[in-house]
Write a new protein. Structure first.
Length: 312
């Protein structure tokens, strides 16, 4: 059955059946608006959009994979503020000949990823469109903590990372060359594994700045450096190249450190911490903050790619 055959309200009914509930969801889909609890009295909000042909391809990713990716991109932004995600709102623009089952599976992926952090899809909108587009807004709760901004890094701080980098970028390269293995890399592109709990943990541990690595480690740390008017240096030896990544890089003629340092879509979290501060579990030191500007690798300008730019 196509979306045109299911009809707008029939499709909504099928999608809502695939959605779960979260602890903060006081009223979910079915009314003009949802109601989400905000015990902190402040709401952290972020939005992101995935466009077919630009952010995903249906021959590379299943509908559930796209749902996981769309949710993860937003949930990671909430975690990077030191907050706990509570809810997602989803706007879906679809070609009318798209199978209704695809939209249902997308909803299942969105709901499953949100459930990892106790959140839920609480509402949204849909429209016919020649281009398949998924736009997600995430909400979060600071739970009484101060937000961790990009602008707080200070000279002497250490730079730490929670999660992995380079895997999704390597998977993208593998798929773009027409291959489907190694599975580790391809699956990393299809479904990020995000250390969501590391964000609030970093906030509790006194992180001075934090950011979600969506466009590449060096590029995103450049935002931290610019916001804090500091320089950041990354230690290349802090990054281990997994065997499957090393083998794929050799076969494809790619420097694996381009993936690790400039590849996006893994949604690791990077943060700066005061010198000597104990790091929460799951965080590892990968660099340092100093007086100056920009981001270097082993104190030298990086000659590889910098990261993703939508308009480049």
């Amino acid at each position: 059955m196509s979306i045109a055959e299911a009809g707008e309200f029939g499709l909504i009914t099928r999608i809502v059946a695939r959605l779960g509930t979260g602890a903060a969801s006081l009223l979910g889909p079915g009314d003009d608006a949802a109601i989400v609890a905000a015990p902190d009295s402040r709401v952290v909000a972020s939005t992101d959009v995935l466009v077919e042909g630009r952010h995903f391809r249906r021959d590379w990713c299943g509908a559930a994979d796209v749902g996981h990716r769309a949710a993860a991109a937003n949930l990671a932004d909430i975690a990077a503020m030191g907050a706990t995600p509570t809810a997602l709102l989803v706007a879906l623009c679809v070609p009318t000949d798209l199978p209704a089952e695809w939209a249902e599976d997308l909803a299942g992926g969105l709901s499953a990823e949100a459930a990892l952090v106790g959140a839920a899809v609480v509402g949204g909108d849909m429209s016919a469109s020649p281009t398949l587009t998924v736009a997600v807004t995430a909400l979060g709760d600071l739970e009484g903590r101060d937000p961790v901004l990009r602008s707080g890094a200070q000279p002497g701080d250490v730079v730490a990372l929670a999660g992995r980098t380079g895997h999704a970028a390597a998977g993208y390269t593998v798929l773009s060359r027409g291959f489907r293995t190694p599975k580790l890399l391809v699956e990393a592109y299809r479904r990020p594994e995000v250390a969501y709990a590391a964000g609030p943990a970093a906030a509790r541990a006194g992180a001075t700045s934090m950011i979600d690595i969506s466009d590449g480690l060096l590029q995103d740390l450049g935002h931290v450096a610019a916001a804090g008017v500091v320089g950041i240096d990354i230690d290349r030896d802090a990054f281990e190249v997994p065997d499957q990544m090393r083998d794929a890089a050799s076969a494809l003629g790619v420097d694996p450190y381009v993936w690790l340092l400039a590849g996006g879509d893994d949604h690791a979290l990077a943060a700066t911490f005061p010198p000597g501060a104990p790091l929460p579990p799951g965080w590892r030191v990968v660099g340092s903050v100093h007086e100056g500007t920009g981001v270097t690798v082993d104190r030298r300008p990086w000659q590889g790619g910098r990261g993703w730019d939508h308009f480049r």
